[in-house]
Design a protein around this ligand. Structure first.
Ligand code: ARG
Length: 588
């Protein structure tokens, strides 16, 4: 609900008390945005819902409410329509005042959260010595945007990278490292073993082919668990190497994260098993320690167990997540914990959430949210791959977007006879390329699969980053052309709304706060994308020579007022895009 709706709601509640008595004080006026601007801006449907209770015709109820309704500061006189809708049209003076109020505000009227809280966003979270794949890219982009939105609302956000840096696969990797880089283990120097992914592949091959090697690998796991110095050293070298590779991607995407990998929770795992045993939830099942789940059965219809400790004493992904969850509640004091992973992990989250709840580890005021997303598909609708059928390296995927953005840009420059410095071209191509990838991902409802298409995401038309960036740059172009510094328009610049395209734009500009708070709730950044796209379109109609208004060559006081609308649009785009992790360009 936006500020206007909140005010109207209060007015309705007062009117209903006046019309029908105190017991109507908390009846919801059912205020919704009008479907058609012909009928105004909002519509209240409460009269229809009260008809039964009051035993009166809805139209009669509507007129009884309207008689007591004092909204003269906000709206034109309300009109009753159809079976008993109450239509409200915002007063021009009210809209103008609202715009003037947000104009000097760097938050553009978006309020801070009333009760800021500690929130955790667990995202990106790739696995050491393995490829950071497109699923991790989605998690990184979506998680970062969610974190930015929560931060902007004033929450204390802990961005956690739950990297997979622990587990039996390290036995194999360390054993292999000892074989091929024995010198690495005796020097303190960082190690460059090149491509870790192919290193992993080779180690796996070696592991699969040789039983003695398998035994060595198992011994390394034991050594690692026991904290043997040189095994730990080898483990650190591997993590270090992966970290460097991940960092390249994070730098390209401008992502900031705190690494707190699975290994961090390792010392806390025995207590998880112990406490589950104490609470009577733990069952021994064929040598493993498990908790039986409600609502999950195998093919035979028997209840499924969540294994927290394997027969060999090892722990699982879920055990670590249980420990992490407790730590985050007890030590980090998190009130909402948000996990951003592919939808394929939905059961994993539902299951360990259930166990933690049963164990009584989740206080009532703590919310656990899994934010699932769909697959990234190639243009053929199948899982994205290279032509050779291999999985795509993220680095290559991002580089390709930048290269293509650059080709497009160079072509545009040539067509327009523009010359720009090499530095300008490199910077613009980089920003457009990266933004295109981010925006393509964020603008989809995250729960569906999305098709990765360079052509679509780099298109200057449509719901794309280039379109949005272009709208922003175009407005900056107005200020350059007119020799106007938007910042000098003054905080008291008058807004005058006359033309229908001005009204449409003005009303839309006032909705940012509502959109941001919706995304804060439902964690769907595509809603913010839709808003920004719609805003750009409304701006383009407003600025259109035939359908809109003149700006630079308008008379005063309209000229200043329209420049204020231009500036507000640009600032809304800039702020909105920044919440998606996208940087704007003054020129492109
Ligand atoms: N490392 C996991 C993967 O690559 C993602 C971890 C997500 N976070 C969590 N707390 N389980 O699939």
């Amino acid at each position: 609900m936006n500020a206007t709706q909140e005010q109207l709601k209060i007015k309705f509640e007062q009117a209903m008390v006046a019309a029908f008595g105190d017991e109507y004080a908390t009846v919801d006026p059912i205020l919704v945005p009008a479907g058609n601007p012909k009928f105004g801006d909002y519509q209240a449907n409460v009269a229809l819902s009260l008809s039964k209770k009051l035993g009166q015709q809805p139209r009669a109820i509507a007129s009884a409410i309207v008689e007591k309704l004092d909204v003269s500061q906000i709206c034109e006189p309300p009109e009753i329509a159809g079976p008993g809708f109450i239509n409200l049209r915002l007063k021009t003076a009210y809209l103008q005042a609202q715009l003037q109020a947000i104009y000097p505000d760097s938050r553009l009227g978006v309020p801070q959260a009333k009760t800021p809280q500690q929130e955790i966003v667990d995202f990106s979270s790739p696995n050491i010595a393995k490829e950071m794949h497109v699923g991790h890219l989605r998690s990184t982009i979506i998680g970062d945007s969610i974190a930015r939105i929560l931060e902007f609302r004033g929450h204390d956000v802990l961005r956690l990278n739950h990297v997979g840096d622990w587990g039996t696969q390290f036995g194999m990797l360390i054993a292999y490292l000892r074989e091929v880089y024995p010198q690495a283990l005796t020097t303190a120097n960082a190690l460059d073993i090149g491509d870790l992914v192919s290193f992993y592949r080779q180690a796996k091959q070696r592991f699969d082919a040789d039983e003695t090697f398998q035994e060595t690998a198992r011994q390394e796991v034991v050594q690692l668990q026991a904290g043997a110095a040189d095994t730990l050293h080898a483990w650190k070298l591997l993590c270090e190497q992966s970290r460097k590779e991940f960092q390249v991607i994070y730098d390209l995407l401008d992502i900031h994260l705190n690494e707190r990998g699975e290994s961090f929770y390792n010392p806390l795992l025995p207590a998880i098993v112990e406490d589950l045993a104490n609470s009577g939830l733990l069952v021994e099942d064929q040598g493993a320690k498990v908790v039986f789940l409600e609502g999950y059965t195998n093919r035979e219809g028997e209840p499924l167990p969540l294994i927290v400790q394997k027969t060999d004493g090892g722990y699982n992904y879920a055990t670590t997540d249980l420990a992490a969850l407790r730590y985050r509640i007890q030590q980090d004091a998190a009130k909402r914990i948000i996990y951003v992973t592919d939808a394929g992990q939905s059961n994993h989250f539902a299951q360990f959430f259930q166990v933690a709840r049963k164990a009584g580890w989740i206080p009532d005021d703590v919310e656990l949210v899994h934010v699932p997303f769909g697959l990234v598909l190639g243009e053929d609708g199948k899982r994205i791959k290279t032509r050779a059928g291999e999985s795509v390296r993220l680095r290559d995927l991002l580089d390709e977007a930048i290269i293509r953005a650059r080709t497009d840009l160079e072509q545009r420059l040539q067509e327009d006879n523009r010359t720009e410095t090499a530095e300008f071209i490199a910077n613009v191509a980089q920003i457009i390329g990266i933004s295109a990838v981010k925006y393509a991902d964020l603008s989809q409802n995250r729960t569906s699969n999305y098709i990765f298409s360079y052509n679509k995401m780099l298109d200057l038309k449509g719901n794309t980053a280039p379109y949005m960036l272009y709208a922003y740059a175009r407005i900056q172009g107005i200020s350059r052309k007119g020799g106007i510094n938007f910042e000098e328009l003054g905080n008291n610049a008058q807004v005058i709304l006359e033309h229908e395209t001005e009204f449409a734009l003005a009303k839309y500009l006032l909705q940012l706060g509502e959109v941001v708070s919706n995304v804060e709730q439902d964690l769907l950044p595509n809603r913010l994308c839709e808003y920004l796209y719609e805003l750009s379109k409304k701006f383009n109609v407003f600025y259109d020579r035939t359908h809109g208004v003149r700006v630079l060559d308008a008379e005063e006081p309209q000229r200043t007022s329209r420049l204020v609308l231009c500036d507000l649009t640009a600032r809304t785009l800039k702020l909105g895009l920044s919440l998606l992790g996208i940087q704007v360009l003054e020129r492109m």
